[in-house]
Write a protein that binds this ligand. Structure first.
Ligand SMILES: C[S@@+](CC[C@H](N)C(=O)[O-])C[C@H]1O[C@@H](n2cnc3c(N)ncnc32)[C@H](O)[C@@H]1O
Length: 401
């Protein structure tokens, strides 16, 4: 039996929901429990789990690192901690300690004490590096310094301390390459970060092999790219001809970068209004995963939100929401004609925060049941601090009747 600690990304509910969907799809009877707001303890029944853990890391968009649990302690005993670390450490490389605990711990003092025991008791002269912010070593630092990282995690429920060693972490360069390295980025229509696109795909995938995924607002193809990397067949469309071209070119680039993608998995990219796709698509798709048009691209100066340098009123925002509700209700009605029964729609809906008011397409969410869907999960929030348009992700399942 092996125990791992999985460190979630910042939007923890979204990241945990993705993890649960992937575990359910991949592992029979997964055993997991949340031991800290950002950390999941996963138990695997076999001993040889390295390849499964690597595969999990490669598949998920919302996890930062995975660490193998070395021991559990009833209190933070640094002597015992250092003993466990001594058995795993490579003294030729620097090490770092990250602490996840609700109480503030002295990271510098702890690292120093561990180093002292390593030196005095085990004759190991190992350099340590401190986190640059808070008490968590970033994946950028891990990669740059080729650090060996040990985690000290205080369980919220059992109050035990888990000592663990990071075995794999997010490949930041790879995610950045897909975000900024692709030939076309359309900042005017808004670009979904690839990690969020990956999470959305994972939330919508059925269990079957080579599922057919459709994005009817494909923009520059971020969602389709992440679906292809997970072995899906994809179809994309967009109202704008330029976006359809961007998507095709970006997917060609993706296939040059990741040569294991099968060329024929890109089934079609075409121009269409998302409210009329049932007239264009033959047969059914397994899932629709999309970030639709979210309203005009506002900008913010101090407390003032503006569009093309003109201040925006509450009335204006209410009208935007009205228009978006109309569009979203139109697409949901049309998409039920081309989605397999039991198939999922994963959709990211805008929630505008302005001067203490929240504007949201509540009518769309409230009408799902009437349109033949069951609201499975949502809202799962994704936003950056200070953002005035937040993404709220929903999962709808098409009813069987
Ligand atoms: C938020 S962007 C999608 C961004 C995309 N997820 C990405 O990361 O590149 C929304 C897209 O919807 C398209 N769009 C707007 N109205 C549409 C409609 N009625 N039907 C289809 N596409 C539409 C826009 O051209 C734009 O490319």
């Amino acid at each position: 039996m092996s125990h791992y600690l999985i460190v979630l990304g910042t939007n923890t509910s979204l990241c945990f929901t993705e993890l649960k969907s992937v575990l359910l799809r991949k592992i029979r009877h997964p055993l997991y429990t949340k031991i800290h707001p950002r950390i999941i303890l996963l138990t695997l029944h076999q001993d040889d789990t390295a390849s499964e853990i690597l595969a999990l890391m490669q598949e998920l968009g919302g996890i930062i690192k995975i660490a193998l649990v070395l021991t559990q302690l009833s209190s933070l005993n640094l002597e015992q901690t250092a003993q466990v670390i001594a058995q795993r450490i490579n003294s030729a490389k620097p090490f770092g300690i990250s602490i996840y605990s609700k109480t503030v711990e002295n990271i510098q003092g702890i690292s120093q004490s561990v180093k002292k025991v390593l030196k005095n008791t085990f004759n190991l002269s190992t350099r340590f590096i401190l986190p640059t912010t808070n008490s968590e070593i970033s994946t950028v630092l891990l990669a740059k310094q080729e650090l060996q990282e040990f985690l000290l995690v205080k369980g919220d429920v059992d109050n035990r301390w888990y000592v663990a060693q990071t075995v794999v972490y997010q490949n930041v360069d790879d995610w950045t390459k897909r975000d900024f390295g692709k030939p076309f980025r359309d900042v005017k229509t808004g670009i979904l970060p690839p990690k969020i696109a990956r999470i959305m795909v994972n939330l919508g995938l059925p269990k079957r092999a080579e599922p057919l995924i459709y994005d009817p607002f494909c923009g520059s193809g971020t969602i389709l790219a992440e679906a292809l990397l997970l072995g899906c067949r994809v179809i994309g469309s967009d109202l704008s001809k330029q976006s359809a071209i961007y998507t095709s070119e970006n997917l060609k680039w993706l296939m040059q970068q990741y040569t294991n993608i099968q060329k024929e998995y890109v089934q079609e990219v075409f121009v269409s209004d998302a409210t009329h796709i049932s007239e264009q698509i033959k047969g059914c798709v397994d899932a629709i995963i999309t970030e639709p048009f979210m309203g005009a691209l506002f900008s913010q100066k101090g407390k003032q939100m503006s569009l093309n340098n003109r201040p925006i009123s509450r009335e204006y925002l209410k009208n935007i929401i009205k228009g978006l509700n109309k569009l979203y209700l139109g697409v949901l009605k049309d998409w039920s004609k081309i989605l397999n029964k039991g198939g999922k729609i994963v959709i990211s809906l805008p929630e505008i925060h302005f001067n203490g008011y929240i504007y949201f397409v509540k009518k769309t969410v409230d009408s799902c049941e009437k349109l033949g869907y069951t609201l499975e999960i949502g809202p799962l929030s994704y936003y950056r601090p200070q953002a005035y348009v937040r993404r709220q992700i929903y999962i709808l399942v098409k009813n069987n009747s």
